[in-house]
Design a protein. Structure first.
Length: 228
């Protein structure tokens, strides 16, 4: 009788351990969006001031000192043009212009990251309407989904080089449907915890979590096959 009791206790303990491991794994998947790849600090991005990409400086003109943005640091001489322009617009408080500059620099990961930061800064429930909140949150979600579509590093799919991503038809990629209930958020690296809380409160829990390339598997394969 004692042996049977001990066996029952062991089985119960094993069941609890297995359940606990399963719950831990589920939580890891759901919040994997917080494990973001490291990017340049924001204050560094804010210091890169300069001319737009379409303007080429005169090679004979003497070098000029870059403006000093908030934070007191000067611009890096080798900063990409979109980042220098972005910093200038941020300093001027032009959020719409700054976001447009980010979009012009797609598919660069840093451009997607900065776009998400800009959109996220507008998500202030006490200052905007419920409809505006929903629209802005959806714009943030679609931006993060597009970034993941182009930069997915999972072993299931081919890893594109920067040049390869430049060959993707961005207009067609942006037109793809990214339904929250089917795509979820766990594999979107640019989605943060506070974004998840807002999404759950407005849209509920997604039915599943998958990557954008898994959701649009056929489109992705056809796109790769047509690349020059």
């Amino acid at each position: 009788m004692l042996a049977l009791l001990l066996i029952a206790i062991v089985i119960a303990l094993l069941t609890l351990i297995i359940y606990g491991l399963h719950r831990y794994q589920t939580m890891e998947v759901e919040f994997s969006a917080d494990r973001i790849l490291p990017l340049p600090p924001l204050d560094k991005d804010l210091t890169r001031l300069g001319k737009p990409r379409s303007i080429k400086p005169d090679a004979k003109a003497p070098p000029q000192s870059a403006p000093v943005p908030a934070g007191g640091q000067t611009a890096s001489a080798d900063a990409p043009d979109w980042q220098t322009r972005l910093a200038e617009l941020k300093q001027a408080g032009d959020s719409a212009g700054a976001l447009a500059v980010c979009e012009s620099a797609y598919p660069a990961w840093g451009a997607f990251n900065q776009a998400c930061i800009l959109i996220r800064s507008q998500l202030r429930p006490s200052q905007i309407s419920a409809q505006q909140m929903d629209d802005d949150l959806m714009r943030l979600y679609r931006t993060a989904a597009l970034a993941e579509l182009l930069h997915d590093k999972s072993p299931e799919f081919v890893h594109l080089t920067a040049r390869g991503r430049q060959r993707i038809n961005l207009k067609m990629a942006r037109a793809l449907d990214m339904p929250y209930l089917e795509l979820g958020y766990a594999y979107l690296r640019l989605i943060r915890k506070q974004d998840v809380k807002l999404m759950r409160s407005l849209w509920g829990h997604p039915g599943k979590h998958q990557t954008p390339r898994q959701l649009h598997r056929d489109w992705w394969r056809n796109t790769l096959s047509e690349l020059p």
